[in-house]
Design a protein. Structure first.
Length: 136
């Protein structure tokens, strides 16, 4: 993977995150949010940050992302096939890690056009951004 230069010392994150966490979060955002507006990409990153902060989820970026069955792009291996991270996805990851959260604290999201889980579709939607519904 072609690494982009990020000086994470110039950023103040609201959770513990290192360079590799930034890249991993950006890859998840790209895999889950390709074609979404930037606010939607930040929102996907915010879901991970919100989970890290929630005691019912693992307490690191990588543990949240790789928790079995949580993200379609991990399950179908799409996240592992991203070689060049889009700059907008990288910026979105940084914004989410800095505390930007257009989801109002949501812990889940799904693509309302492709989701098949009755459980997720039965939950009250907090906000809709692009093709995704976000759930607290």
């Amino acid at each position: 993977m072609k690494k982009k230069l990020i000086d994470i010392k110039k950023h103040s994150f609201i959770i513990k995150a290192d360079y590799d966490d930034v890249l991993l979060l950006a890859k998840l955002i790209q895999a889950e949010g390709e074609g979404e507006p930037m606010i939607g990409k930040v929102a996907i990153g915010a879901i991970v940050v919100n989970r890290v902060q929630n005691p019912n989820f693992p307490n690191s970026v990588s543990e949240v992302i790789f928790e079995p069955g949580q993200f379609e792009s991990v399950t179908n291996n799409r996240i592992f096939n991203i070689e060049n991270i889009d700059e907008e996805c990288l910026i979105s990851a940084l914004k989410a890690l800095e505390g930007e959260d257009p989801t109002d604290g949501s812990l889940y999201f799904y693509n309302r056009y492709t989701a098949t889980s009755d459980w997720i579709k039965s939950k009250k939607v907090s906000v809709a951004i692009g093709k995704h519904n976000f759930i607290a």
